[in-house]
Design a protein around this ligand. Structure first.
Ligand code: SF4
Ligand code: SF4
Length: 102
């Protein structure tokens, strides 16, 4: 995978289907963090993310209160650009946007 600094001028896609090969998350200044305890697995963040940077994983998760889910949503930080749409759309405010640690 290559970083965004090695992209061609205008970030033109010269090879169809190749954008996932580019690590574009490094230009991010803030990052979304999902609170797995609060998340209700509605999938809205996954549907709204313009970069397909929310991953829907077939991984079980049981909350401290005993609620069991069969999927877990995680952020693909290699491709998330920190736009905050996911946090804005989450109906239960389970996504916090925090400053990137440098
Ligand atoms: S901050 Fe933007 S790019 Fe990153 S996961 Fe959320 S919606 Fe996707
Ligand atoms: S929108 Fe919020 S509640 Fe829904 S899956 Fe994403 S983080 Fe979880």
């Amino acid at each position: 995978m290559s970083g965004w600094r090695s992209l061609p001028a205008g970030a033109a896609v010269l090879r169809p289907g190749s954008t996932a090969d580019n690590i574009t998350g490094t230009w991010r200044v803030v990052r979304p963090v999902i609170d797995q305890e609060r998340c209700i697995r509605c999938g809205i963040c996954w549907m709204y993310c313009p970069d397909s940077a929310i991953l829907e994983l077939k991984r079980e998760y049981t909350t401290r209160g005993g609620k069991r889910y069969e999927v877990t949503y995680e952020v693909d930080y290699d491709h998330c650009k920190g736009c905050g749409i996911c946090a804005n759309e989450c109906p239960v405010k389970a996504i916090e946007v925090v400053l990137e640690a440098k």
